[in-house]
Design a protein around this ligand. Sequence first.
Ligand code: B12
Ligand code: SF4
Ligand code: SF4
Length: 409
Amino acid sequence: MAEGPNQRPGERGFPGTEVAFQIDHQPRAQARGKTPAELGGGRLVRQIENGINIGAMHFGDSRMDAGGLKEHIRTAGRELGFAAVGFARAETGPAAARLRAWLAAGFHGEMDYMARHADLRCSPERLQPGTVTVISAALDYLPATTANDDPERAEISRYALGRDYHKVVRNRLQRLAGFISERIGPFGYRVFSDSAPVMEVEFAVRAGLGWRGKHTLLLAREGSWRFLGEIYCDLPLEEDTPPDDHCGTCRACLDACPTGAIVAPYQVDARRCISYLTIELAGPIPIDLRPLIGNRIYGCDDCQTCCPWNRHARLGDPAFAPREGLAGARLGELFAWSEEEFEARLAGSPIRRIGHERWLRNIAVAIGNGPPTPAALAALAARADHPSALVREHIAWAEEKLATRSGEN
Ligand code: B12
Ligand code: SF4
Ligand code: SF4
């Protein structure tokens, strides 16, 4: 899954508008009947240099006050539904060289934005001047669905069954930022969730939200079915401590990957990953990989369903409840959707982003990987004259596969 449009609704730009050394006595909070002590005590001092907000700290026992603020942010995060909130210094360290090695190996395939924005991804300060802290947050998404082994039914990645997480996570982070400014006054920040060149997993690890699983995703004792989002901000909050790695000798995700995309622990060759092939890739799916995709028409969950830490994962936020008719839908039914139906039924879903053409391309491959039933052949034949050459080529491939398989029976 990869970055969506970089929208910035309502965020404050970093260049501060305040005057030098603004002292905030937390008047709004007091107006609600809370004393400064209840709020962690102290006064916030905002340092302004040449009109730029270069940081903020508390008077008196600044460490205690900063800790108090952190706990307030965590509590507010939990109230907003986040499973975890943590704090990291806005530095990428050795991850920058690893990103460049990944790009040099060509593992990003056609995701040009990964190469184009590498410098910004490695430098929060360049992406958003003034950033000193990354507030990282995780939102659970596991929907209540069961595994689908029926080759005539579509397998859609769990993260995509409900509403588009980009908006959900960013809106909640915006509210969290609003909460912070209610407490301390205006501050410089910008929120993200898979919406800009940000090293999301790296910051989540540094912020203590979990460790990096060998599948490269963030993993915690509560599992990995979580979206990540961040607030880049100019508040110099103390960083949290990353937990130990608990993958141990396990390599279940490497063994479970249908296409061998996890080429080594902590290294995914995106060009082989079904998530890339069904979502990111615009052109034809490489022929040697098509049979390995099975009935997965959007994304893939195999490196997570096999993970022992996900056995007891809790259900996700209600915002991600599966929309009607998607989980376990029949391939033939989804393949028959017109472009208008596709747009209407998937409004507000992340799936809509791939467009009707890729949708049909993916389903054609899945039908070709299924049983050669009359219904499957009829579904393909009904679209054989589709205006897109891409779709027609995948239909022809599927028809050939079904014909071969029916000859074998
Ligand atoms: C590009 C991208 C993809 C690409 C490439 C995936 C990849 N692993 O790089 C594709 C399209 C394949 C993809 C697929 C998926 N993605 Co995606 N993706 C991203 C994106 C936009 C950037 C990731 C990135 O920077 N990759 C570049 C490489 C260099 O990074 P990396 O693999 O993480 O490599 C690091 C480590 O492996 C490390 N490393 C190398 N050697 C070693 C050795 C040791 C010992 C250690 C500790 C580390 C280490 O070095 C690298 C730099 O730190 C992020 C959002 C974001 N802005 O961060 C979402 C994101 C990572 N994706 C996400 C999800 C959910 C998925 C899917 C599960 C979706 C699905 N169900 O189909 C799959 C999972 C596939 C997988 N196993 O990774 C979530 C993950 C949430 C989580 N719990 O971690 C993210 C964070 C989006 C979000 N906001 O929630 N994705
Ligand atoms: S998402 Fe699927 S294809 Fe991609 S690395 Fe994980 S198991 Fe492999
Ligand atoms: S399957 Fe095993 S190796 Fe892979 S992330 Fe989970 S615990 Fe780590």
